[in-house]
Design a protein around this ligand. Structure first.
Ligand SMILES: C[S@@+](CC[C@H](N)C(=O)[O-])C[C@H]1O[C@@H](n2cnc3c(N)ncnc32)[C@H](O)[C@@H]1O
Length: 418
């Protein structure tokens, strides 16, 4: 069944024009590159998977179409923004004939995958929410994809062994870990593409399975997917510094959590870094650099008024908490014409000077060596030994590999060197 068979004739031209405009935009920002994925975007009627939304919104490349909310009004399900869907499909490098597992359903993305894998491939989509599964099935049925996509109810923590192994696993819900099942059910040479939140910063990662549970992959763009539910739901450890400022850490145990409010209230020591940002400059690489290289890393979030300067981004700012001292990074505006912001490290407690120095050194090193680089690659395996730059999650361990700009050399050293 095609769009033209079910949409009044007067709308078809309008829909096609909106879709072509969206495709142009996606191509302009490199979220859509291949002929295969472009053809899929042309073929699948996105509006039929989001009938309650205005067409202009459905075909806006950046709009997230939120379809379900929890009791606090937070979205638990959506048809994701097209830019992130096509970007992830491009990163997944899906080919005709492949078997693909999609984690998190909605229908539209699975239909795109079905177009790419073609009649000899297979798509399984799993969602923890039976209402989402029912709705996805109805939309897939109405658009003619029901035979090519199987939608099942389940907690993706276990993958979906019945149809394994998969050539590709595409996760469309925010993960904070890599459950063993996802790698076990992936062929050697297969790819796992997912939005993964590490130490508070969510990015799209594209991993290749090198066999035996070893994954190696690149870090991509910032993403903001709805959180995982079920066994993989995030369970961050937080410590309050004030009524509105909270430290989030994966230190286990958290050193002297009771001391944090007292230390935070102490007089601050501040040092500007000399590293400035202009309007629309991206500092996501710095967040990951600090998250993977600073000892005692944490994030601080809360009221900008209480923090005294603008925080880095709306949600959280990189921090360090040792149990006696705290340091964190702020980004106050330092000039208005042109507008410029400068990273500022601020510390409290007896080791404030050392922590501030360390943080300033790290920011300067990022500026010199990694500011315009691609960000880290990650190597992951559950048996990686303890080492600097190794992040432990419940199920695995991830080693951040930072290529030094221009040298093509991997920077394994832990020493930040200012
Ligand atoms: C962003 S939506 C998926 C979007 C969809 N792929 C599309 O076509 O746009 C994320 C989905 O993940 C589901 N989800 C959350 N936790 C899950 C889990 N543990 N296992 C399977 N699905 C989960 C939610 O119910 C939600 O429907």
């Amino acid at each position: 069944m095609t769009t033209s068979e079910t949409t009044p004739a007067q709308d078809t031209g309008h829909i096609n024009a909106l879709r072509e405009r969206m495709i142009e935009r996606l191509r302009a920002v490199n979220a859509l590159c291949s002929e295969r994925v472009t053809a899929a975007v042309r073929a699948v009627p996105r509006h039929r998977f989001a009938p309650d939304f205005p067409l202009e919104k459905v075909y806006d490349a950046t709009a997230v179409l939120k379809t379900k909310f929890d009791s606090d009004g937070r979205a638990t399900s959506s048809v994701s923004a097209t830019w992130v869907q096509t970007l992830m499909l491009e990163r997944a490098d899906i080919r005709p004939g492949m078997r693909v597992l999609e984690i998190g359903s909605g229908g539209y993305n699975a239909a795109l995958i079905a177009e790419v894998v073609g009649p000899h491939g297979h798509v399984t989509s799993i969602d923890i929410d039976s209402e989402v599964v029912d709705r996805a099935r109805i939309h897939l049925e109405q658009t003619g994809y029901a035979d090519r996509v199987e939608v099942v109810v389940g907690d993706a923590e276990h993958g979906h062994p019945d149809r394994a192994p998969y050539d590709r696993v595409v996760v469309t819900v925010a993960a904070t870990d890599l459950p063993r099942a996802w790698t076990d059910q992936l062929v050697s040479g297969g790819r796992l593409v997912l939005p993964l939140g590490l130490r508070g910063f969510q990015r799209v990662y594209a991993f290749t399975h090198h066999g035996g549970g070893l994954l190696v992959g690149e870090t991509g763009d910032h993403a903001g997917f709805v959180p995982m539910q079920g066994l993989g739901a995030p369970a961050p450890t937080t410590v309050a510094a004030t009524d509105t400022v909270v430290l989030t850490t994966d230190a286990d145990p958290v050193p002297a959590p009771d001391r944090l409010p007292e230390v935070f209230a102490e007089a601050a020591r501040e040092q500007y870094t000399g590293v400035r940002m202009g309007r629309n400059e991206y500092f996501g690489g710095l967040q990951l650099w600090l998250a993977t290289t600073l000892p005692d890393f944490a994030t601080l979030s809360g009221d900008a008024g209480d923090l005294g300067h603008a925080t880095m981004g709306v949600h959280r700012t990189p921090a360090m908490w040792t149990g006696t001292s705290l340091a964190y990074l702020l980004l106050p505006e330092v000039s208005t014409d042109p507008v410029r912001w400068e990273f500022l490290a601020r510390g409290h407690g007896p080791e404030a000077a050392e922590l501030v120095d360390l943080m300033v050194g790290h920011v300067r090193r990022w500026d010199r060596e990694h500011r315009s680089g691609p960000g880290p690659r990650f190597l992951t395996h559950p048996d990686l030994p303890d080492a600097p730059r190794v992040i432990s999650t419940r199920h695995t361990r991830l080693l951040a590999l930072w290529d030094q700009r221009g040298t093509g050399r991997l920077d394994w050293e832990a020493d930040p060197g200012a």
